[in-house]
Write a protein that binds this ligand. Structure first.
Ligand SMILES: Cc1cc2nc3c(=O)[nH]c(=O)nc-3n(C[C@H](O)[C@H](O)[C@H](O)COP(=O)(O)OP(=O)(O)OC[C@H]3O[C@@H](n4cnc5c(N)ncnc54)[C@H](O)[C@@H]3O)c2cc1C
Length: 459
């Protein structure tokens, strides 16, 4: 193959759990194949390992696990690259990216001039926002660490800490704070009858989470709603003297530090520019504008991207675009393990489409410029050929045998301190006692696994 041979471009938006798992699987299958180039677009200068955020909040030394450099992700000398920037708009064959620049003070700014990055295949893995200190609205690791240090100092300076929201994040946050600072008063307030009240999880798990926190010294208040002046999703850490008034009773408690730990949110605004290629069916002949409504690609309530079981967008016109992880509706409960599994499935399906396309066009020398020129023939309902072949060591089925993604099993490990927590595991069920939580998660919060996945030695 010569250098002038057109290459296929796979673009991945978001370099965290889902995006990196996808990249690693693609690298595995592509091996030394230089006809395919991967570009990972990521707004941050390092990968943020958010699962470890609460331990890093209370243990300064643990913060070194949080931001993992991208420098060893791609093999040296490979054609693949990391593109630092914020994806603002997605089209059917390219994305527009606003570059991010760091200044000497460690914070970063967006440049206004967008850059175009073309793709043949796109995997959207842009994740979600969870109120800080779980995730921070930053694009630089230094700024993220500075905010974390400030919040740790806020905890040190406080006596009466209130956390609103008893989902998995609120439970872990209150457990970690109480364990690290046993003399401080920690109150967790939740407006439901049970903590971690997710569908498909048994009552025993929810009750065990409450019992564990209570034994640790956290005051757990259920079935109560409160509003705290100044505290919101946007201002989710507040160091202020506040009277916390309960809506359902006359009770009032005093607090000098509050955390808002409710809700996961996705930003899918970048999809509003997506429209089918050569879209005659929705083209208004007079105005030459498409009447296609990209909002139909989103779940109307949660705004996550709707995907098929193959993880392709739920529309026949975009067989070359996939969405995985928290930003998609692939799993009922979004988790990093689900994002990893979906990233690997998406990688296998993209490779199948690449090989299928090569086969259809008579080998690597005769590339089509864009797969989606023939959306119907490449769609999920079309008739591909049913033969199998071996390409670069990958057992390549015809495209209509794309792999179906199975949502991950109901499992959750709540790490409430370095030596334990509460687990609900497949087959075993709710696990009372620290051992399972410690072995599965609590001791290092998967840091070893994810540093090694990035080919980096653990700091
Ligand atoms: C404290 C805590 C503990 C958790 N514990 C567990 C656990 O034990 N087990 C478990 O399975 N899950 C756990 N989770 C949930 C898990 O972290 C999420 O489900 C996971 O982060 C989802 O991964 P993702 O790759 O889809 O998205 P994210 O992790 O959100 O990553 C998205 C990436 O995309 C980048 N990005 C976003 N928008 C753009 C854009 N427009 N342009 C360029 N880049 C962009 C972001 O910077 C980020 O790097 C926990 C979460 C928290 C906060």
């Amino acid at each position: 193959m010569t250098d002038s041979t057109p290459k296929k471009h796979i673009v991945i938006v978001g370099g965290s759990y889902g995006g990196v798992a996808c990249v690693n699987k693609l690298l595995h299958y592509l091996s030394k194949d230089t006809s395919v180039v991967i570009t990972l677009i990521e707004k941050c200068d390092a990968r943020y390992h958010c699962v470890a955020s609460y331990r890093a909040l209370v243990q300064k030394d643990f913060a070194k696990n949080l931001w993992i450099p991208y420098s060893n992700l791609f093999p040296k000398g490979s054609p693949h690259r990391i593109h630092r920037g914020l994806v603002k708009n997605i089209y059917n064959d390219h994305v527009l990216v606003t570059p991010v620049h760091d200044n000497n003070a460690g914070s970063s700014t967006l440049s206004s001039e967008p850059q175009r990055v073309n793709f043949d295949y796109l995997v959207i893995a842009a994740g979600s926002m969870i109120p800080s200190p779980a995730k921070w609205t930053v694009t630089g690791s230094k700024e993220g660490l500075r905010k974390l240090d400030e919040t740790r100092e806020d905890i040190v300076q406080s006596e009466r800490i209130v956390i609103i929201g008893g989902g998995a994040c609120g439970v872990e946050l209150s457990g970690e704070i109480k364990y690290a600072f046993p003399d401080k008063s920690v109150t967790l307030i939740h407006d439901m009858p049970a903590l971690v009240d997710y569908p498909r999880f048994p009552e025993s798990f929810k009750e065990e989470a409450r019992r564990y926190l209570t034994n640790q010294g956290v005051e757990v208040i259920l079935n109560e709603r409160v509003e705290i002046e100044g505290l919101s999703r946007e201002n989710s850490v507040q160091k202020a003297e506040r009277e916390v008034k309960f809506k359902g009773s006359d009770r009032v408690i005093h607090s000098d530090l509050q955390f808002f730990s409710i809700g996961i949110k996705v930003d899918t605004a970048f999809i509003s520019t997506l429209a089918p290629p050569n879209d005659n069916s929705t083209l208004d002949k007079k105005t030459e504008t498409s009447s296609f409504d990209a909002q139909t690609l989103l779940d109307p309530k949660s705004h996550v991207i709707k995907v098929r079981s193959t993880l392709q967008l739920d529309h026949d016109a975009f067989p070359n675009i996939f969405a995985i992880g928290d930003i998609s509706n692939a799993d009922p409960v979004p988790t990093c393990m689900a994002a990893v599994a979906a990233g690997e499935t998406a990688a296998r399906n993209v490779i199948k489409l690449v090989r299928k396309n090569e086969k259809a066009t008579g080998g690597k020398q005769h590339h089509q410029s864009h797969l989606h020129r023939h959306p119907q023939s490449e769609g999920t309902t079309g008739a591909g050929d049913h033969s199998d072949d071996e390409t670069n060591g990958y057992h390549c089925h015809s495209w209509n045998k794309l792999e179906n993604y199975s949502p991950t099993q109901t499992m959750m490990v709540l790490a409430m301190n370095p030596s334990g927590g509460v687990s609900h595991l497949p087959v075993l069920g709710t696990w009372f006692g620290n051992l399972a939580a410690r072995v599965a998660k609590s001791s290092d919060l998967f840091s070893g696994r994810f540093w090694s996945e990035m080919n980096m030695p653990r700091p």
